[in-house]
Design a protein around this ligand. Sequence first.
Ligand code: GSH
Length: 204
Amino acid sequence: MKLYFSPAYCSQAVHIALREAGLAADYVKVDTVAARTEEGADFRAINPRGYVPVLELDDGSRHTEVAALLQFVADLAPASGLIPAVGSRDRFVVQQCLTFVSSELHKSFSPWLFHKETADSTRKAVKDKLAARFADVDSRLAGREWLVGDRFTVADAYAFTILSWAPMLGISLAAFPNLSAWMGRVRARPHVQATLRAEGLLKD
Ligand SMILES: N[C@@H](CCC(=O)N[C@@H](CS)C(=O)NCC(=O)O)C(=O)O
């Protein structure tokens, strides 16, 4: 397998999942602005939509969409517990969490808060909406270690990746103590540390 990724982008969730699952993969860094891979290939020829992540399977097929990729990767390593069994209530809850992160968090942050042209009024409306969603996550995490069940799942990997953008954009998570403590727990996991290091985001 091959993961096309950009450091700190949403592709990081899939990167974490691959490592947590113990699956071997090649990692290809992409500059999405220049639409080039680090090897100089035209990224638009790999994904005409121009975004990461792209997961290339050993049969050469290429696949996108974080929430779907996470479920696929987790299912390749059932013993990892990254996703509960098909048909279980917790599986249903993980799918709800992935959809929530994708539609309520990921696509509020990106592209709106990453574009200089975004009007201040839009920026404020997006931040207010995000703060309400952070409060939801914070109350879900009250008295719980992980988002679903009693172990780390791909829902944690995706939510962690997207919520890590908050401080970068000047949004403090200090008002959300359960969320902040959970971020610390996720960040401390050895495979998450390895991912951050591999993406050049940790200074040793
Ligand atoms: N719908 C896609 C969106 C992926 C996405 O937004 N990728 C961003 C990084 S977080 C990206 O590569 N943006 C560059 C671009 O769109 O040109 C998914 O859920 O995987």
